[in-house]
Design a protein around this ligand. Structure first.
Ligand SMILES: [Zn+2]
Length: 63
C-alpha cells in the first residue's frame, strides 16, 4: 500500500512533504478529470479523524 519515498503528486491533499512514505487515497475529480491523491501518514491520520467526525455527525438511522 505505502509507496516508497519520492516526490509524490499530492493533488488536493494539501501535503507538501516529500521523501516520506505516502499512500494512495484515491482519485480526486477535478474539472471532470481524475487526479491521483496521495497522503503521508500524519495527513492520513488527520483525514481519518475528520472522516470519523463526519460519520459521527451523520450517523444513519438504524433500520
Ligand atoms: Zn502529509
Amino acid at each position: 500500500m505505502w509507496t516508497s519515498t519520492g516526490s509524490p503528486v499530492t493533488a488536493g491533499s494539501g501535503c507538501e512533504r516529500t521523501g516520506v512514505p505516502v499512500i494512495w487515497l484515491g482519485p480526486l475529480q477535478w474539472d471532470g478529470r481524475p487526479a491521483p491523491v496521495y497522503s503521508c501518514k500524519p495527513c492520513l491520520d488527520r483525514l481519518k479523524a475528520r472522516a470519523l467526525a463526519y460519520f459521527m455527525q451523520r450517523r444513519p438511522v438504524a433500520v
